[in-house]
Design a protein around this ligand. Structure first.
Ligand code: HEM
Length: 494
């Protein structure tokens, strides 16, 4: 009996295998990027993705050494771009290789109405800030969870800057609800009937939605940032969306504003305070950039980019070393690349940051190493080569390039300056652990599995620090688009 069952099971598996092989053979066009991991067609890539997460692309690049390849998933094909040389051509075809389609797909996750979702999918081709004073003014060491503290600070400063005086996230019940919903984001995008299956996440989302509706009804956008004002105008006038849909759209934007900035700030501060050499070099620069008079010590945050190349380089290197955003796009129309490769309509495409940030042709043989001085090096005729800016993907690129990159960079570098100048940060237990992030949700930067407990020792509680921001006329040339727009390039070698 047992052997009959085994024979039947074996026959089913064999039939399934033959069926999947045939399906692959009949549906994979020879002009498409080569399909890989086809030992068990469709199932192999899915298992790999679930098991290895963002590490999968890293392994596949090493194993197959292809400029671009196809992962045939059940009901979906994903093209993954390995070679930075393909990126400019793809980004020129932004109508067909679309990020807008990804944003529009998120409409159902935040509960937009069917009509609003349909509109979003149409024509896709076409005075407060953070303060560390409460900790410093205690005049004694304060124990904190480093990630928790940084997240809170970035949440306050980021949402104030974006939503202004009527910022709904000022209410801690709303910011707590946001955090709960953020953890359930993936369930909402993957499962049908998610509102019934995950009531905790649903209730949290609705609480944030109600607060956002109040914000829109009270015309909070009029005193918010240009980004929110323009979005309101665009969504109400061009799309004709109502209050509720506009408000739910703002929940979607909270992902963009908060999703990256808090984990990114955490990694920057971690690299700064956990390495004595980095810390002392950055501190020295900051002290030189500050000046003291009878009223206290003064530092203009705008001067950091000019006067603190090591801090700026550490910031950029952290983004290069730690970013894991997948760079997703949807192929809205067949795309023929100049090398003869065909990308089929309806497929997904990915330009994974981690793959491009470890590309030795773009960054040199030591691409896998954290080097806080990397971006201070200038190319030389004999030794140092020019870095390929196209391969810097932490802020994405092309038409979907992150519009918040300068705000985020200024905020994170300001926070770094405040911490380094005012505190000695000591890990509880005496040694900085290497953070693990196995359980991290799929954000742009990994979130540590366990917060690191640290003590903040005020350096000189009696010293008065005045931090100002005199503004900046030029952008920092992080990425190729900024460089082409004529941004200053203080440290990236070019
Ligand atoms: C360190 C912090 C940040 C990082 C690393 C980051 C990174 C990114 C990335 C990778 C993308 C997708 C681009 C692509 O796939 O090509 C993106 C999009 C976006 N980001 Fe950021 N971001 C940050 C902070 C912010 C902030 C503070 C804001 C708000 C002002 C913001 C607003 C947006 C928006 C609205 C989009 C969507 C752009 C579009 O639809 O075309 N980001 N960001």
């Amino acid at each position: 009996m047992a052997s009959t069952l085994a024979i039947v099971a074996g026959a089913i598996v064999a039939l399934l295998y033959v069926f999947l092989r045939l399906l692959l053979y009949c549906t994979q066009d020879a002009r498409e990027p080569p399909a890989i991991e086809t030992g068990w067609p469709f199932i192999g890539p899915l298992v790999g993705m679930l098991r290895e997460k963002s590490r999968l692309h890293f392994r596949l690049r090493k194993q197959y050494r292809l400029p671009i390849y196809t992962l045939r998933m059940p009901f979906q094909r994903i093209y993954v771009v390995n070679s930075p040389s393909l990126i400019p051509e793809l980004e020129k075809q932004w109508r067909a290789v679309s990020f807008a389609a990804i944003a529009a797909d998120a409409g159902h996750v935040v509960g937009m109405s069917k009509e609003a979702q349909e509109i979003m999918h149409r024509d896709l081709m076409s005075e407060h800030s953070f303060s560390l004073e409460p900790i410093r003014s205690k005049g004694r060491p304060v124990k904190v969870g480093l990630y928790g503290m940084l997240r809170k600070l970035m949440e306050i400063s980021g949402t104030e800057a974006i939503w202004g005086p009527q910022n709904p996230y000022r209410d801690s019940a709303i910011s707590d609800a946001w955090r709960t919903f953020e953890n359930g984001f993936l369930f909402f995008s993957m499962f049908p009937f998610a509102t019934a299956l995950f009531p905790k996440f649903y209730q949290a989302r609705e609480l944030v939605a109600a607060a956002m509706m109040g914000f829109v009804r009270n015309r909070g956008f009029e005193t918010a940032s240009g980004l929110v004002r323009k979005r309101y105008e665009h969504h109400s006038k061009l799309f004709g969306l109502g209050t509720e849909d506009i408000a739910r759209g703002e929940i979607g934007n909270t992902f963009a504003v908060l999703g990256n900035i808090a984990p990114c700030a955490w990694w920057v501060i971690f690299h700064l305070v956990s390495d004595a050499r980095v810390l002392s070099e950055v501190r020295e620069e900051l002290l030189a950039a500050a000046h003291e008079d009878e009223s206290g010590c003064h530092l203009d945050i705008a001067s950091l980019r000019e006067r603190c190349p090591v801090l700026l380089s550490t910031f950029q290197e952290t983004l290069r070393y730690r970013a894991v955003n997948p760079g997703p796009r949807v192929i809205l129309d067949d795309v023929a690349l100049s090398n003869g490769i065909l990308l089929k309509k309806g497929s997904m495409l990915m330009i994974p940051a981690r793959v491009h940030h470890t590309d030795t042709t773009a960054w040199g043989e030591d691409a896998g190493k954290f080097d806080h001085l990397r971006f201070t090096r200038k190319p030389t005729a004999t030794g140092q080569k020019k870095y390929n800016r196209v391969a810097f993907r932490a802020f994405g690129g092309g038409d979907a390039l992150c519009p918040g990159r300068h705000l985020a960079s200024n905020e994170i570098m300001a926070l770094a300056a405040l911490i380094v100048l005012q505190f000695v940060v000591v890990p509880v237990g005496g040694k900085w652990p290497e953070p693990t992030f196995e359980k991290s949700p799929p954000t742009g930067f990994p979130i540590p599995d366990k917060d690191i407990q640290a003590e903040l020792h005020p350096r000189d509680p009696n010293k008065k620090w005045n931090f100002t921001f005199s503004g900046a006329e030029e952008a920092i040339g992080f990425i190729s688009e900024d460089a082409m727009a004529g941004a200053r390039r203080p440290v990236i070698a070019s």
